[in-house]
Design a protein around this ligand. Structure first.
Ligand code: C2E
Ligand code: MG
Ligand code: MG
Length: 428
């Protein structure tokens, strides 16, 4: 086994001993250190299905994959049935640790070929930093655990420790001025989640998803700041900035294996004439071909003001831009309005997709949306596909596109560039 791996048998005491000495060293050399706790999700289900020996093999394979993103000085220790700790000394900052976490999540999301077949397992990671968050072994472990719990609760692939969980009362932060300052300081970044074509298995594009690296709070979820920014009117500058960053990235993506598309989320409050001008301007700046851009609007957003909304969307369609109706199935479209909807794609909400293999009613909804899309000449995409069997079932049901953790969680632009270069057609 690789020199990075200290133990492949669950061994918590070794973690404490290693952390003790790595912290001491980091202290002497005035360096930062990151502790990552990495938990394989739904492993318990796999264990029941395949037995613990298969889980051991899965974890061996996971450790080997983690080694491929390790530097020489990093250490991996299995600390539980489905859990690893990773010690990363000599970190530049917490962004450096998040980058590592993102790479690991990506590696672990790739399918595992086990004796009984091919399986996918998702992972979640909690991060705590020495000395920024804690200086003692037990506290550092406790904080990484709290970050892991936060990541699991918010559905994000990884999370960094914030004082939030410990001091809820101090929590009333001034999100409005924080967003302003964040925009000025360039704390917002666009992540990309790949989208594949289920007919030919090829990578066909990505969805742009904004991330906020708050200097104190770590990674703040869009679910937290988009609603706040909507109330305060800051969503406009944020969206135009996301649009420009995204089209800039799109212009740099390789086109050898086909032109990729990019989807940008637009909140319903921005469905005004200005949107058409902003989109046209941004496309002009970056030389974007209109058919490579898709705007995503939630079904509930479009349906809250169908007359005005449809008009704006029609303008965008006339320019050649694609229109995808996001979270479809949760927005109460009336069929009377639906037939005039100027869309090119329906994106089935993840709440129907994620469990469709075990929940028959969910699958029936997915199948009905596919049929609805087909009869209106709309492409149908599914979001929230978490395993390969779901991809297989979506493909055999006639769904056109898919997105989800089993292909990859959202990742930074640089990582997505590597993803494009390394992508080979998925087998499902
Ligand atoms: P959305 O547009 O429906 O994006 C899909 C969300 O599902 C993303 O969460 C993505 O990370 C998550 N997801 C992807 N694959 C899976 C999976 O296999 N399983 C599960 N459980 N989840 C999956 P994220 O990035 O946290 O974004 C949440 C929402 O925030 C987005 O939902 C979108 O409505 C909003 N948002 C994100 N970026 C922007 C933006 O730039 N502008 C606007 N207006 N809204 C944004
Ligand atoms: Mg979306
Ligand atoms: Mg969605």
């Amino acid at each position: 086994m690789d020199e990075n791996v200290v133990s492949l048998k669950p061994n918590r005491p070794i973690l404490s001993r290693y952390l003790e000495s790595y912290i001491e060293q980091a202290h002497k050399q005035e360096q930062q250190l990151a502790l990552l706790l990495i938990q394989i999700q739904r492993g318990q289900e796999l264990a029941t299905l395949l037995g613990y020996r298969a889980i051991d093999r899965l974890l061996e394979e996971s450790a080997a994959r983690m080694c491929t993103v390790c530097r020489k000085q990093d250490r991996i220790i299995r600390i539980g049935d489905l859990e690893f700790a990773m010690i990363l000394p000599d970190m530049l900052n917490d962004g450096h640790a998040m980058l590592a976490a993102n790479k690991i999540v990506g590696k672990l999301a790739q399918p595992y070929a086990l004796e009984a077949g091919t399986f996918s397992a998702e992972s979640r990671i909690g991060i705590a930093m020495f000395p920024e968050h804690a200086a003692k072994v037990e506290t550092l472990v406790q904080y990484a655990e709290s970050a892991l719990a936060d990541a699991k609760a918010s559905g994000l692939p990884y999370g960094i420790y914030t004082a939030r969980s410990l001091s809820k009362i101090e929590e009333a932060w001034d999100i409005e001025s924080a967003i302003d300052a964040g925009l000025r300081a360039g704390e917002f970044e666009v992540y990309y989640q790949p989208k594949i074509n289920l007919h030919n298995r090829r990578l066909c594009g990505a969805e742009a998803l904004v991330r906020w690296h708050h200097p104190k709070r770590g990674l703040v979820s869009p679910a937290e700041f988009i609603p706040a920014a909507t109330k305060t009117g800051q969503l406009k500058p944020l969206t135009w900035s996301v649009l420009n960053m995204t089209l800039g990235h799109l212009a740099s993506w390789p086109t050898e294996s086909g032109q990729l598309t990019v989807a940008v989320n637009i909140a319903p409050t921005l469905l005004k004439d200005e949107l058409v001008n902003r989109v046209t301007d941004a496309m002009g700046i970056w030389g974007t071909k209109p058919d490579t851009l898709i705007v995503e609007l939630t079904e509930s957003g479009v349906m809250s003001q169908p007359e005005l909304g449809f008009d704006i969307l029609r303008h965008l369609r006339q320019k050649g831009v694609g229109v995808s109706i996001d979270d479809f199935g949760t927005g109460y479209s009336s069929l009377a309005n639906f037939r005039h909807m100027p869309a090119t794609e329906l994106k089935i909400d993840k709440s129907f997709v994620t469990n469709m293999l075990v929940n028959e009613p969910d699958f029936r909804i997915v199948r009905s949306v596919i049929a609805l899309g087909k009869s209106f000449d709309l492409a149908v995409a599914a979001e929230g596909a978490e395993n390969l069997s779901t991809l297989g079932k979506l493909a055999s049901s006639g769904c056109d596109y898919a997105q989800g953790y089993c292909i990859s969680p959202p990742m930074p632009a640089d990582t997505f560039n590597d993803f494009i270069a390394d992508y080979t057609p998925m087998v499902y």
